[in-house]
Design a protein around this ligand. Structure first.
Ligand code: SF4
Length: 431
């Protein structure tokens, strides 16, 4: 049985118990969320060393890190290094988006090593195999697509991104819309090219029940991809995007009726003032299914700093109700991320997630900040490092530019904490 089926039966699984323990919540609350479809626990029955993670309403906001090879860069060792960096920095899940080298082999090693849920986009494997087998992505067969999906599920992938909402009707609407950046989703582009070349409906939509059968067998959580997401602010919240979302809402319902866990992916590039609206529409159309947002990026002109652009959008989206943030790295729009980019991307998204957790009343979130403030007042540098999101950077920067006293070198002997403490009669370090 899937986690959803277990929850609906009224039982609490070991995975639900673990999520409850991590979140500091009652296991019954987790069971109820899973049963309603507002919480998912991506936990493939074949991912043996998995530490389950809950995503959804009432839980802390989760962060995903994308790793994976491209046709130009990377191998299994580089991706394992990125996996470790992502996990060390606090990523809750990791997606292997490899499109270069031996894709199945890389995926299997990552799953074997990772205790975090792993996600993939199986159409990449299907498309790249089709180039080798038939000479072009557009020549992949329907069976090739489903074989790749089943391979990923059998290997133990916990959540699969599948662009089921890229329908013929959506493509017609895309053409009529006249977008600035058309389609920026890689998986979405594979599907659009295949559909136009073959003059056929999207197999992931047409044979959705076949997909549900695979997902149910392995308890893979479906992550319904937004192949029509806006790739620029100019295209945000347009008819093409909303049309696809309506289809995804219907597919959420069909997945849940089949006992399959499901979440929905969202934009993309969105101006600040449209983020809350986007989250509200998704929550309404998809009946509260967890919302997994890609950024969102709040401006198109910050290449090199898009981890910041994404964190700004992510914080606003999470406060509005988004449950799961896909990180963006400083190399977004420029190059495949390296290990340092992965680390910075995760930390930026963790800041966004934590900032949202504070105002959403997530257990322990605000208290951590209070403890940090107390440690600052005491000039307790070890405690500050422990509480910070990046203890390594905290300690390194503080040590490399040290002052002679107990403060830091920003104000040195004129440390406000120290001075005001003296005047107030409470010396820093004694309060
Ligand atoms: S020296 Fe300045 S920045 Fe550093 S702890 Fe004291 S008040 Fe804060």
């Amino acid at each position: 049985m899937t986690q959803l089926e277990i929850a609906r039966k009224g039982d609490v699984s070991p995975q639900m118990e673990k999520v409850a323990q991590v979140e500091g919540l009652d296991a019954g609350f987790i069971r109820e969320g899973v049963a309603k479809g507002t919480v998912v626990i991506p936990a493939n029955i074949g991912h043996n060393n998995l530490v389950p993670c809950g995503i959804g309403k009432g839980l802390s906001v989760k962060v995903n890190a994308n790793i994976g090879t491209s046709s130009d860069f990377g191998n299994v060792n580089t991706e394992l290094e990125k996996l470790c960096a992502a996990v060390e920095a606090g990523a809750d899940t990791v997606m292997d988006l490899s499109t270069g080298g031996d894709i199945p082999a890389i995926r299997r090693v990552i799953i074997a090593v990772s205790t975090r849920p792993i996600g993939t986009v199986p159409i990449y494997q299907a498309g790249i195999d089709a180039i080798e087998k038939h000479g072009a992505i557009v020549k992949m067969t329907v069976d090739d697509i489903f074989a790749a999906i089943e391979d990923n599920a059998r290997d133990g992938v916990d959540f699969l991104t599948l662009h089921c909402g890229v329908t013929r009707a959506a493509i017609a609407r895309l053409k009529q819309q006249g977008r600035v950046t058309d389609v920026v989703s890689r998986g979405g582009a594979f599907m659009v090219g295949w559909m136009l070349h073959n003059d056929r409906e999207n197999p992931l939509y047409e044979y959705y029940d076949r997909l549900l059968d695979i997902a149910r067998e392995y308890d893979v959580t479906l992550s319904l991809g937004d192949g029509m997401r806006p790739g620029s602010l100019a295209d945000a919240t347009d008819r093409t995007q909303i049309d696809e979302l309506l289809t995804l809402g219907e597919l959420v319902q069909r997945a849940q009726e089949a006992g399959v866990q499901v979440m929905v992916e969202g934009p993309g590039h969105i101006p600040l003032d449209q983020i809350e609206t986007n989250v509200r529409i998704q929550k309404s159309v998809c009946k509260g299914a967890p919302f997994y947002v890609l950024g969102p990026l709040v401006t198109d002109i910050a290449a090199g700093y898009d981890h910041i652009t994404g964190a700004i959008g992510g914080a606003i989206a999470a406060v509005a109700g988004a449950d799961f943030l896909c990180y963006v790295t400083p190399s977004e729009h420029l190059a495949i991320p390296d290990v340092d980019d992965v680390r910075e991307g995760v930390i930026a998204s963790k800041i966004a997630a934590h900032a949202a957790d504070i105002v959403k009343g997530v257990k322990g979130a605000a208290e951590r900040d209070r403890q940090m403030a107390l440690a600052r007042k005491k000039l307790d540098w070890d405690e500050q490092a422990r509480l910070s999101l990046d203890p390594e950077r905290f300690s390194r920067v503080h040590r490399e530019r040290a002052t002679t006293g107990t403060a830091c070198s920003m104000c040195g002997q004129y440390c406000a904490m120290d001075l005001v403490g003296k005047y107030l009669g409470v010396k820093a370090g004694k309060c």
